[in-house]
Design a protein around this ligand. Structure first.
Ligand code: SF4
Length: 161
């Protein structure tokens, strides 16, 4: 086998191709900041479809960090709270706790129909029917669910405001 070089696993090749494919174009890139915007993702009682679409943004197929964002695991490190789900009554206290733990300058973004107004889970005995029952929803990303690319595009748009 002398002279034969070991090929990279296919998954690495695909990851590289995806990264090239999804690299943001210069004209659509988010203006540079001194540090990435920290995103904390909280699922509060939906089908988890939106949550999974956001999760996939952190994969190699999407250039989340090159676009100026980073997912954080602690609300104290977060700039933006991305909330999915219809806000069940059980989850409402958790949403409040996470929001209070975030530093000043924080933003709340409803991702998906459930998070805005409950979507297919309107207010009832178990859910509050989305964030609008708790607070005016000023920033949202529509869809059921929005695709990862839709979410990334919307985040970049919001970052430009
Ligand atoms: S908006 Fe649709 S996909 Fe997202 S959590 Fe609700 S039901 Fe699921």
């Amino acid at each position: 086998m002398k002279g034969l070089r070991r090929a990279a696993p296919l998954s690495v090749v695909y990851a590289f191709m995806d990264a090239v494919r999804w690299r943001p174009h210069a004209e659509s890139a988010t203006p540079r900041r001194d540090r990435p915007i920290g995103l904390y993702v909280l699922e509060a009682g939906g089908c988890e479809g939106c949550f999974m679409e956001i999760e996939s943004l952190a994969g190699s197929a999407f250039a989340l960090e090159q676009a100026g964002f980073v997912c954080v695991s602690d609300p104290e490190d977060a700039d933006w709270l991305l909330l999915t789900g219809a806000v069940t009554r059980v989850c409402a206290e958790m949403v409040d706790r996470v929001w209070r733990a975030m530093p000043p300058g924080r933003s709340l973004i409803a991702v998906g129909a459930c998070a805005v107004d409950g979507g297919p889970f309107p207010a009832g005995y178990a859910t509050l029917g989305g964030l609008q029952a708790l607070t005016p929803v000023r920033r949202s990303i529509p869809g059921c669910p929005p695709s990862p690319q839709d979410i990334l595009d919307a985040l970049q748009e919001l970052a430009r405001l």
